[in-house]
Design a protein around this ligand. Structure first.
Ligand code: FES
Length: 79
């Protein structure tokens, strides 16, 4: 079982560019939240989620790592 930890108590609003690949940190060990900085390798954490958006937009990306809709916040941090 890979490690996951909570990296924050609220999502981070991010300006996403169209057609750019992003790596959302799913393990919570990155110090560059909400994005992966490679720390999952040394912490035996879960792998990042690679995603992109078709149109530039602002999105609230999950930091609690409990979301059921990664990389987006689904309100799970309030549970
Ligand atoms: S550092 Fe968390 S997924 Fe890479």
């Amino acid at each position: 079982m890979k490690n996951v930890r909570k990296a924050g108590d609220a999502p981070i609003p991010c300006q996403l560019e169209a057609d750019k690949n992003y790596a959302w940190c799913s393990c919570g060990f990155s110090s560059d939240q909400p994005f992966c900085n490679g720390n999952h390798k040394k912490e035996d954490g879960t792998d990042p989620v690679i995603f992109k958006v078709e149109e530039a937009k602002e999105a609230y990306l999950c930091t609690c790592k409990q979301t059921k809709n990664p990389p987006y916040c689904d309100g799970s941090h309030k549970n």
